[in-house]
Ligand binder design. Structure first.
Ligand code: ADP
Length: 651
C-alpha cells in the first residue's frame, strides 16, 4: 500500500497551530505528556492481557524507553504498550475526540476575544493537550506503532502544518515509538533546552514522572576498566565502553509513601499532572485505613471549580487502583454527587482487578470506603468552617452551590443530606452583608423572633430595594439573602432549623410577632373591608394575572408589591423554573397595595369615577406592571407600559 496523506480535522489544526507557535513557554511538559500516554497505553495492554495473555507476545516486563540522539537531533519515546492500528491512528492522532480539548479551544478563543487575563499558559495546564505538545519542540514527529495482537505496523508522520501521512512499515515489537525531530532551539550543548542531554531528560523524568508505575529507562554509555572473574577491577587494563540501561523513576506511587515524607510541592505536582489541573489544590486528604476494609485514598479539592461542574458533560468520579494497579477512571460510585468536585484516587487491595462496573456498584467494600471518605471530607470542611473561616469561604464561593443542590436533590433520591449539610451552608445576611451560617443566624435572633427570614432576588441591592424589606429593617430583623435559585430549594428541603421555620419576606403573610404589627394587620383588614368593592374591581380588571388583590401591611413607603401565596412556590422559584423551561410551576401572585400611600387615595377617587373608566384601568395596569418590575420581571407589554407612564407624566 502506498503512502497516504490526510488532513487534520479543523480543531486539531487549530491546536497544532498553537503548539507550533509555542504560545506556551513551558515547553518541557511535552515529555511528561508523552510518557503519560505511553503509560496509559501500557495500562491498556496490561488490562487486556488479563483475559488474553497472548497479546503480550512473550513480553516479561513493561517499559518506557527514552533514546536521545545528539547526532540525529532526535528524541524517541518508546513503549511496549497496546500500540495503534490504522484506524486508531486516524481516530486518535488525526481528530480531537476529547471534549476537554474542544472545550479548551473554545475557552481559549473566548479568553482571547475578551482579552482576558487568563493566559494561554494557565489553560494548557488545565486541559493537558497531550500528544500535540510534541510540536512545541519538534519540527516534525514520526510515530511508528503496531497494535498488540495484530501483524501490520504503521508509520504516521507530520510537520504539524495541517496534514499527516500514513504508511505501512515493519515493527518487530508491539507498542509505539514517538520520534521527535527536534527544532533547532532544542538540541545542542549551547542550548538551555537541549532535549538530547541525558541529564536534562533524567531530571525532567524525576520531576514530572517519578511515580509512573512502569520503569522509564535510558541507555548510558559507560567507560570502565574491565573486571576479572572475581569481580575485581583490573587496574592496568584500558577502559572499555559498554551500554548500561538505567531506570530513571522510582516508580513508587506517591500515595503509597509516608505522608510525612511527602513535600507539599510533590502533592501539588501530582495533583496537577494526574488530574490536568493548573492551580494548587485547596484541600488535600491523604488517608490510610485498615480494618473492615483496607485502603489508601488521596483526594483533592481543586483550587477552582471547573467551568462545567454543573453541566452534563462534567464527569465526576475517583480513580480506582488495586494494589497500585489502575482499575478504573472516574468511578462515580464512591462519593455522593454533591461531592462531585472532589478529585483523587482510592487504592485498595480489597477491590478485585478485573471487576466490571456493574459489579463494582454493588461492592460492599466500595460502599464502605465511600461512606468513610464522605465522612472524612465533611469533617474537614466543618473544621475549616470553625477554624479557618477565610479558607472555608473560599471553598464556599467555588463549591457552595454543590452542597445546596445536594440538600434538595437528596430529597428526591431519598438520601437525607439535610442533617449532613445544613450546618455547612452559608448565606449572605442583611445584618452586615457578610456570610453567616444558620447557627449564627439563630444564635443572634431577636428575643421573641420565631422565624428565619429570607428574601430571594438577583442581588443584594435588588433585595434591599424591595418594599417589603423596609418593615424588617425598621424592626432590626435580620434577613438572609437568597441570591441563587437553588438557595430557596435548599431552604425548602431543610424546612426548619433548630425549631425555627424559614419565612420568605416575599411570600404569604409576613406574620411578624410584635404587637405593633398585629395592630397594623387588624387595621389593614378593617380597611380592606371598607374597600372591598375597589379591591374586587382591581382584581377583575387584572383577571388571571393575579390570584388576589389585598391591602398590604408589609409596605412602608412603597406603593405596591407582588407576593406569592404561602402555599406554593415563590415568584423567584417560578422564574427559575421558567428559565429551565418548566413553566408548570407557577406562583400564585398576590398584588398588595399600600393603603397609607397617597396613590391609594387617588385610586379610590378614580374608582368612584367608575370601574370602566380609562383612568382607573390605566392605574390598575400600571400598579401591576410596577410590582412586576420590583420583582425584576418585565411588564407583559413594556411598550404599553412606557406609553402610559409618558402620558401620565405629560399630564
Ligand atoms: P489523551 O489525553 O487522550 O492522551 P492525546 O492527544 O495525548 O490525548 O492522545 C490522543 C490519543 O492517542 C490517546 O487517547 C491514545 O488513544 C493515543 N495515543 C497517544 N499516545 C499513544 C501511545 N504511546 N500508545 C498508544 N496510543 C497512544
Amino acid at each position: 500500500m502506498a503512502k497516504e496523506t490526510f488532513e487534520f480535522q479543523a480543531e486539531t489544526k487549530q491546536l497544532l497551530d498553537l503548539m507550533v507557535h509555542s504560545i506556551y513557554t513551558n515547553h518541557e511538559i511535552f515529555l511528561r505528556e508523552l510518557i503519560s500516554n505511553a503509560s496509559d497505553a501500557i495500562d491498556k495492554l496490561h488490562y487486556e492481557s488479563l483475559t488474553n495473555r497472548d497479546l503480550l507476545e512473550g513480553d516479561t516486563g513493561f517499559e518506557i524507553h527514552i533514546t536521545p540522539d545528539a547526532d540525529a537531533h532526535t528524541l524517541t519515546i518508546s513503549d511496549n504498550g497496546l500500540g495503534m492500528n490504522r484506524d486508531d491512528l486516524i481516530q486518535n492522532l488525526g481528530t480531537i475526540a476529547k471534549s476537554g480539548t474542544k472545550a479548551f479551544l473554545e475557552k481559549l478563543k473566548e479568553a482571547q476575544e475578551a482579552n482576558s487575563e487568563v493566559t494561554d499558559k494557565d489553560m494548557i495546564g488545565q486541559f493537558g493537550v497531550g500528544f500535540y505538545s510534541a510540536f512545541m519542540v519538534a519540527d516534525s514527529v514520526t510515530v511508528v506503532t503496531r497494535k498488540a495482537g495484530e501483524s501490520q505496523a504503521y508509520k504516521w508522520e507530520s510537520t504539524g502544518d495541517g496534514q499527516y501521512t500514513l504508511d505501512e512499515c515493519e515493527k518487530p515489537k508491539h507498542g509505539t515509538s514517538i520520534i521527535l525531530h527536534l527544532g533547532s532551539d532544542f538540541y545542542g550543548n549551547d542550548k538551555e533546552e537541549n532535549y538530547t542531554d541525558r541529564d536534562k531528560i533524567s531530571g525532567l523524568v524525576k520531576q514530572y514522572s517519578d511515580y509512573i508505575r512502569y520503569p522509564i529507562t535510558m541507555d548510558y554509555t559507560v567507560k570502565e576498566k574491565p573486571k576479572d572473574a572475581d569481580g575485581k577491577v583490573i587496574e592496568d587494563a584500558p577502559e572499555e565502553e559498554h551500554v548500561e540501561t538505567r531506570t530513571l523513576n522510582s516508580m513508587q506511587p506517591l500515595w503509597t509513601r509516608n505522608k510525612s515524607d511527602i513535600k507539599p510541592e510533590e502533592y501539588k505536582e501530582f495533583f496537577q499532572h494526574q488530574f490536568f489541573e493548573w492551580e494548587d489544590p485547596m484541600e488535600i486528604f491523604h488517608t490510610k485505613a485498615e480494618g473492615a476494609v483496607e485502603y489508601t485514598a488521596l483526594l483533592f479539592i481543586p483550587g477552582r471549580a471547573p467551568f462545567n461542574l454543573y453541566y452534563t458533560d462534567y464527569e465526576a468520579g475517583l480513580q480506582l487502583y488495586s494494589r497500585h494497579v489502575f482499575i478504573m477512571d472516574k468511578c462515580k460510585d464512591l462519593l455522593p454527587d454533591y461531592l462531585r468536585f472532589v478529585k483523587g484516587l482510592v487504592d485498595s487491595p480489597d477491590l478485585s482487578l478485573n471487576i466490571s462496573r456493574e459489579l463494582l456498584q454493588q461492592s460492599r467494600e466500595l460502599k464502605l470506603i465511600g461512606r468513610n471518605l464522605e465522612k472524612n471530607i465533611l469533617k474537614t470542611l466543618a473544621r475549616d468552617l470553625d477554624k479557618d473561616r477565610e479558607k472555608y469561604e473560599k471553598f464556599w464561593a467555588e463549591y457552595g452551590k454543590s452542597l445546596k443542590i445536594g440538600i434538595y436533590s437528596g430529597m428526591m433520591t431519598g438520601e437525607n443530606n439535610v442533617d449532613k449539610l445544613k450546618d455547612l451552608l452559608l448565606f449572605m445576611s442583611s445584618k452586615d452583608g457578610k456570610l453567616c451560617t444558620l447557627k449564627e443566624y439563630v444564635g443572634r435572633m431577636k428575643e421573641g423572633q420565631q422565624k428565619i427570614y429570607f428574601a430571594t432576588g438577583k442581588d443584594r441591592a435588588a433585595i434591599d430595594a424591595m418594599p417589603q424589606m423596609e418593615l424588617l429593617r425598621d424592626r432590626d430583623l435580620e434577613v438572609l439573602y437568597m441570591l441563587d435559585p437553588v438557595d430557596e430549594f435548599a431552604v425548602q428541603a431543610i424546612g426548619e432549623y433548630e425549631g425555627k421555620k424559614f419565612h420568605s419576606v416575599s411570600q404569604g403573610d409576613l406574620d411578624l410577632d410584635d404587637d405593633e404589627y398585629k395592630e397594623e394587620k387588624k387595621k389593614a383588614e378593617d380597611l380592606a373591608k371598607d374597600n372591598e368593592g375597589l379591591l374586587k374591581d382591581i382584581k377583575d380588571y387584572l383577571g388571571d394575572k393575579v390570584a388576589d388583590v389585598r391591602l398590604s401591611n408589609r409596605l412602608k413607603s412603597g406603593a405596591v408589591c407582588l407576593v406569592a401565596d404561602a402555599a406554593g412556590p415563590s415568584i423567584a422559584m417560578e422564574q427559575a423554573f421558567a428559565v429551565a423551561d418548566n413553566p408548570l410551576l407557577k406562583a400564585r401572585r398576590i398584588l398588595e397595595i399600600n393603603p397609607h400611600h397617597d396613590l391609594f387615595n387617588r385610586l379610590q377617587t378614580l374608582h368612584e369615577g367608575g370601574k370602566d373608566s380609562q383612568g382607573f384601568q390605566d392605574y390598575c395596569q400600571l400598579l401591576y406592571d410596577q410590582a412586576l418590575l420590583l420583582e425584576g420581571i418585565l411588564p407583559d407589554d413594556p411598550a404599553a407600559f412606557a406609553q402610559k407612564v409618558a402620558q401620565m407624566m405629560a399630564r
